[in-house]
Design a binder for this molecule. Structure first.
Ligand code: CP3
Length: 356
């Protein structure tokens, strides 16, 4: 493990704190960014969203996507900007119709069975997603020098669940039915997503992303051995492909609610960090995961809504548990729309006042 101070002329200011932590350096204070840091809790986001047509239009207009990405950077000075986009850009890139309904979330033209895979195609992927890469190229020139640019995608299982269920789901019943009744067809969908996701992430790096995060938000919805087969293995295949193409780009994995399987994610070659959900035991994470990867997380987004002494206590606990190793402060899941702005300000002040 190297430290910034070992490298002679490279001062802390010349090093991007997020990239340093992901390389294994112990930073005090640790870098901080928040999942879904651009979004409805920001009045400037709500204003721009009201002006732009649909959520998809916002994601697919490079100037708007770059502007929304910058909003939380300007307001809070986070250590990383995460490209404003969505994990459902991949189904869009494959030719599935995706829209977002007010108050309902995403609506997709559901895949009813393997024959519907014929409606999807990897051919036009890069063309359909080209506005995403244009947004990254715009951001490269706009970010402060110490701010890192994160690209992202959903993991195959989480994305497949939206493609099959046609939107958010409580029970993933149709996906389970595919897995059980049509395992070869389900495997073909997952393989197509591995290919699309590896290409999409690689193209984001070529457009300027300096680190990548893969969101498997619904990893917790599958039990073993399905979690290993449909969450871990496809993610490992994507990581292998990215490693081969871009060995220097750090990869953060977020297999939310994957429990003990987090240890298998930590063992994958080429993974820089794991993003921990709020329920994961920090003592276990420190013992089992930290010898292999940097840790990111894991403040409960609901505690950020609560604020006050509960927030202070939670932040102190996380810093005490993780602050002595390579660490990135973050939430355990996306920020909630009802989060008060002054709670985010208080959080950043508390994290930034952390001393070695
Ligand atoms: O973190 C960031 O600031 C970058 C942007 C980002 C968005 N979605 C913007 C968004 C990221 C990283 C995502 C990831 C994403 N999208 C995930 C994985 C992370 C997670 O939270 O579990 C998932 C499951 C999705 C799919 C998705 N997108 C859903 C289910 C919804 C509807 C629910 C909701 O929160 O509204 C979205 C919409 C969405 N994606 C919004 C934003 C800011 C809200 C859209 C609006 O303005 O109405």
């Amino acid at each position: 493990m190297t430290r910034a101070s070992d490298s002679g002329t490279r001062s802390r200011l010349e090093t991007k704190p997020l990239l340093a932590a992901l390389r294994g350096e112990v930073m005090a204070p640790p870098p901080i960014w928040l999942m879904r840091q651009a979004g409805r809790y920001l009045p400037e986001y709500r204003a721009l969203r009201a002006e732009t047509g649909s959520f998809m239009d916002l994601c697919l207009d490079p100037e708007s996507a770059a502007e929304v990405t910058m909003q939380p950077i300007r307001r809070f000075g986070f250590d990383a900007a995460i490209l404003f986009s969505d994990i459902l850009m991949i189904p869009h890139g494959l030719g599935q119709r995706v829209r977002f309904e007010e108050g309902q979330g995403p609506v997709l033209e559901a895949l009813k069975g393997p024959p519907d895979l014929a409606r999807l195609s990897l051919e036009g992927l890069e063309d359909r997603l080209s506005p995403v890469y244009a947004a990254l190229r715009l951001l490269r020139g706009r970010l402060p020098a110490a701010t890192s640019l994160i690209g992202f995608a959903g993991a195959p299982w989480t994305v497949a669940s939206y493609m099959i269920e046609g939107g958010s789901s409580r029970d993933y019943a149709q996906s389970h039915r595919w897995m059980a009744a049509e395992p070869a067809g389900f495997a073909r969908l997952i393989e197509m997503l591995v290919e699309a996701t590896a290409r999409h992430l690689s193209d984001q790096v070529e457009a300027g992303a300096e680190a990548l995060q893969i969101f498997d938000s619904w990893a917790g919805a599958l039990e073993e051995p399905l979690r290993r087969r449909w969450c871990l293995e496809p993610t490992a295949a994507i990581v292998r492909r990215l490693q081969a193409r871009h060995p220097a780009v750090p990869i953060i994995l977020f297999p939310r609610l994957a429990g003990a399987l987090y240890a298998d994610y930590a063992a994958l070659p080429g993974v820089a960090a794991l993003s921990l959900d709020s329920g994961l035991d920090r003592g276990w994470a420190k013992r089992v995961l930290r010898p292999r990867v940097a840790l990111q997380g894991n403040l409960d987004p609901a505690v950020l809504v609560t604020g006050g002494p509960a927030l202070t206590r939670a932040v102190r606990g996380i810093l005490a548990d993780f602050g002595d190793g390579p660490f990135v402060f973050n939430l355990g899941h996306g920020i909630l729309p009802e989060t008060p702005i002054d709670h985010v300000e208080a959080l950043i002040a508390q994290v930034r006042s952390a001393r070695p």
